[in-house]
Design a protein around this ligand. Structure first.
Ligand code: CMC
Length: 442
């Protein structure tokens, strides 16, 4: 490494030696290896020993924490939760089993599973005073805006689980958030319709309850279609965690200052909302509607390739997956089975999506950059078939991801090496200068 010239590094099995080409000084840094994935250079003493910071906008090569929860091999399209492949979990588990796995590190026994399901079920109701909180929002508020507000406000309603130094309070807060998120989401939808809030039912499972709170009214029950409930459950599993993505890193960074868990999850929801992250599922459907018909696809591909045009094919590309997104593969299959089961023979948006996928996957621009459909490419089409309105798509992502955020937050609090997150910067602003009175400024 050099202040003015290029870096020169040599590595051994256990460390990396960095030579500063200006001073000639050599510094050695240990290499840490995990159970899977590339080794990492431990640069915690870099500044102290060399006087340099590292520069890595977007954290493309920076590990921010040690974690035992989720592993992604982006080159081979592998996603493991606590070691279990996502394909096996999607096939054999239900969402609450995956929640247990993420939170506790092991699959539950049948007694543990019943106990956990029951505990989550008993936490699904919201404090009644929260209904007044909803009424402060405009009816046309985006449900993600409502989610950010209501989840942040939970700390005011459940103050007895905000002491982060108490493991019991942390677990109560964790259960509360996993359990209440579908209720918060369902009510956000009901509020936008002007319909009464629907209370959770203890005889329904997690996915069924969510559908019930979205679609039942006091005048008419919602008849649960097991195919729809199963698809919803699978979608929740596919979104449950994804290691150190933007929203999870936001939750960790927020929590690193000691903020309460409800505030941290609210911050995660805000980060998820962006179209480059969880907001992409809503953006995909809006994009497909805008494209309108297959004849217009080449024009949109051209726009996506134009470096002067900010347009991107939404639902394509991923920071980590450079081969395929395993979640997208399962989502694609689920999409077809849902449309079959619901006897939706002609779904123009699905036809359009498949044609867009076909053309993009053959196009040199997308091939060269390893841009493949991600989880959000198909989820919107399934949500639409399930009768979920577009503005609720990202909300659903948030409902599912809450357990991942919570598991990662708990892991961080319990990590003895945890410190407040505080990145450094490369300052390129003005040098020191003296204040000039306003009358003397030109
Ligand atoms: N359409 C067209 N070009 C793209 C796209 C796209 N969807 N994604 C990336 N590129 C191009 C980009 O312009 C760049 O080209 P060049 O090298 O010529 O400058 C190259 O591919 C690399 O892109 P990048 O922005 O440097 O990659 P990144 O890792 O920073 O971004 C991403 C990853 C997901 C934000 C990006 O691919 C994207 O914006 N995709 C569309 C939004 C989307 O679907 N997001 C959901 C992500 S998956 C669900 C989740 O985790 O939330």
């Amino acid at each position: 490494m050099s202040k003015k010239t290029s870096a020169a590094a040599t590595s051994s099995n256990s460390n990396v030696t960095v030579t500063d080409n200006v001073s000639g000084k050599e510094s050695t840094f240990p290499i840490l290896t995990g159970t899977e994935g590339p080794p990492v250079i431990d640069i915690r003493r870099l500044y102290a020993e060399t006087g340099y910071f590292t520069y890595d906008p977007g954290f493309v090569a920076t590990g921010s924490c040690e974690s035992k929860i989720t592993y992604i091999d982006g080159d081979n399209g592998i996603l493991l939760h606590r070691g279990y492949p996502i394909e096996q979990l999607a096939e054999n588990s239900d969402f609450l089993e995956v929640c247990y796995l993420l939170l506790y590190g092991e699959l539950p026994t049948s007694d543990q599973k019943s106990e956990f399901d029951r505990a989550i079920t008993l936490h699904t109701m919201l404090h009644e005073q929260l209904t007044n909180f909803y009424r402060g929002f405009r009816r046309d508020a985006h449900p993600m805006a409502i989610m950010c507000g209501v989840v942040g406000a939970l700390s005011a309603f459940y103050h007895d689980s905000t002491d982060i130094s108490d493991p019991h309070q942390r677990m109560v807060a964790s259960y509360r958030m996993v359990a209440k998120m579908p209720t918060i989401a369902g009510w956000a939808y009901k509020y936008s319709l002007g319909q009464p809030f629907i209370y959770p039912r203890n005889d329904l499972d997690f996915a069924e309850n969510f559908l019930h709170m979205m679609f039942a009214t006091p005048c008419e029950d919602y008849e649960i279609n097991p195919v729809i409930a199963k698809a919803m459950d699978r979608i929740l599993i596919l979104h449950a965690d994804h290691e150190q993505n933007a929203s999870t890193s936001t939750v960790r960074l927020t929590g690193s200052s000691g903020a309460n868990p409800f505030a941290c999850i609210s911050a995660g929801i805000a980060s998820l909302w962006g179209p480059a992250h969880g907001g992409a599922n809503e953006a995909v459907l809006n994009m497909l509607r805008e494209i309108g018909s297959k004849e217009n696809i080449p024009n949109y591909i051209k726009k996506a390739k134009d470096p002067d045009d900010p347009f991107r094919i939404m639902g394509f590309g991923h920071r980590v997956y450079k081969n395929f997104d395993p979640r997208a593969k399962i989502m694609r299959e689920t999409c077809h089975s849902v449309l079959d089961e619901l006897d939706i023979r002609d779904e123009p948006l699905l036809d359009l999506a498949m044609e867009l996928e076909r053309i993009a996957l053959e196009d040199e621009y997308f091939v060269d950059r390893k841009l493949y459909p991600n989880v959000d490419f198909y989820s919107g089409i399934i949500f639409q078939a399930l009768g979920i309105p577009t503005t609720m798509f990202t909300v659903l992502f948030a409902v599912a991801r809450t357990v991942g955020w919570i598991a990662q937050w708990n892991e961080m609090i319990e990590d003895p090496s945890q410190k407040i997150g505080r990145p450094r910067q490369l300052y390129t602003g003005a040098d020191r200068r003296d204040h000039i009175p306003i009358s003397e400024r030109s």
